[in-house]
Ligand binder design. Structure first.
Ligand SMILES: Nc1ncnc2c1ncn2[C@@H]1O[C@H](COP(=O)(O)OP(=O)(O)O)[C@@H](O)[C@H]1O
Ligand code: SF4
Ligand SMILES: [Mg+2]
Length: 341
């Protein structure tokens, strides 16, 4: 296997809250190879954005972070703000959800590119900046005639493409896109997803694509990581996971997307777990249709399946770690008691 661009090991992120620390990312491990797109999915509040920001060192002041984000042999966790700032752009790129808040309304598109490129390549002259900017804009489908226009002269979809071009112009090795299409209509969304998919072919960029839209993942991602309560509960080849989800939460999540055939929307009963006082055992057990007694007692141990998939669910073993009687179905009364504990 090729050397991954980034290796995350045992990453933990805690937000300070008045009620105690909230464990928003809990012992996450993942690798992304050059030219690979990893989709990160899960309900709102499952820790997707926190994971993306944690990898790039962009968490709010005072947030607790531990573990490793290995990039070219160095751990980004614990690196100074100054060092990280140098790496952002040419090494690590980020695309946010709301493009308008990141483009300065007083500056032309040209000036945005000049500012971005000069920050990292102070010696570039205007012609070279223009050449690189137009190339990046061209890849996102923005014609050169619009180089001197202001952000308000563009539609939301075009502004998002400009943001992507601003990230691309620095040729980052790792690009994290956090819900990059949520505010856009489906046609623009499809264009942007195609653009991100092309990226990996043409430049070998490793992409982490955070989205709650499973259709996008099926279309654009090689692998998918499913998050629940700050943990990756299932991770593997996107096609295999979608064709045959093995974690009950993944299954429920897939069922909860609108089916064109049945025209019905299934919602997962119950609510996501508290990150401050999480339930004991498996975080999903209060909502899980397959819960067994062991699930309310012990957190599942990550297993690697034959197809390379990783899964955290007692239904997939290891059998020897399950106490006697642990595979009995979990009674709802027991669930209520476990929740109060
Ligand atoms: N700055 C913050 N302070 C405290 N809690 C936060 C902060 N940002 C996010 N959270 C909490 O962390 C959890 C994960 O949030 P987030 O990473 O935004 O999830 P997602 O992107 O999957 O919706 C949520 O419970 C959220 O309320
Ligand atoms: S460990 Fe138990 S409760 Fe958790 S997902 Fe698997 S079967 Fe459901
Ligand atoms: Mg988010």
């Amino acid at each position: 296997m090729t050397e991954p661009v980034v290796s995350v090991r045992d990453l933990r992120v805690y937000y300070g809250t008045p009620r105690g620390p909230a464990r928003a990312v809990d012992r996450v491990a993942l690798d992304i190879a050059p030219g690979e797109t990893l989709g990160v999915v899960g309900e709102s509040g499952s820790g997707k954005s926190t994971l993306g920001r944690g990898i790039l060192g962009l968490l709010p002041e005072g947030t607790g972070i531990a573990g490793e984000v290995l990039y070219q042999g160095r751990n980004l966790v614990g690196m100074s703000k100054e060092e990280l700032r140098h790496m952002r752009g040419p090494e690590l790129g980020l695309i946010f959800q709301e493009p308008m808040t990141r483009l300065n309304p007083l500056l032309r598109i040209q000036e945005h590119f000049e500012e971005t490129l000069r920050q990292h390549h102070p010696k570039l002259d205007r012609d070279e900046i223009r050449r690189r900017a137009l190339e990046a804009l061209g890849r996102t489908g923005i014609p050169p005639t619009r180089y001197k226009q202001y952000p308000h002269e563009f539609s939301g979809g075009m502004r998002q493409r400009i943001m992507i071009a601003l990230a691309l112009v620095l040729k980052p090795k790792l690009l994290i896109a956090d819900e990059p299409t949520t505010a856009l209509d489906v046609i623009v969304e499809a264009q942007i997803i195609r653009l991100l998919a092309d990226l990996k072919k043409t430049s070998g960029t490793a992409v982490m694509l955070i989205t709650h839209n499973l259709g996008i993942v099926a279309e654009a991602c090689d692998r998918v990581a499913v998050m629940y309560g700050g943990k990756i509960v299932e991770e593997g080849d996107a096609r295999k996971v979608f064709a045959n989800p093995v974690h009950p939460y993944t299954r429920e999540l897939l069922r909860s997307t609108i089916s064109l055939e049945t025209k019905s929307l299934h919602t997962i009963p119950g609510a996501p777990p508290s990150l401050i006082t999480p339930p004991p055992g498996c975080l999903f057990h209060p909502r899980c249709p397959d819960a067994m007694r062991v699930c309310a007692l012990k957190a599942p141990i990550e297993q690697r399946l034959e197809d390379g998939r990783r899964v955290q669910c007692w239904r997939h073993g290891p059998a020897e770690a399950i106490p006697d009687g642990g595979t009995e179905p979990l009674e709802r009364e027991e669930i209520a008691v476990a929740n109060e504990a």
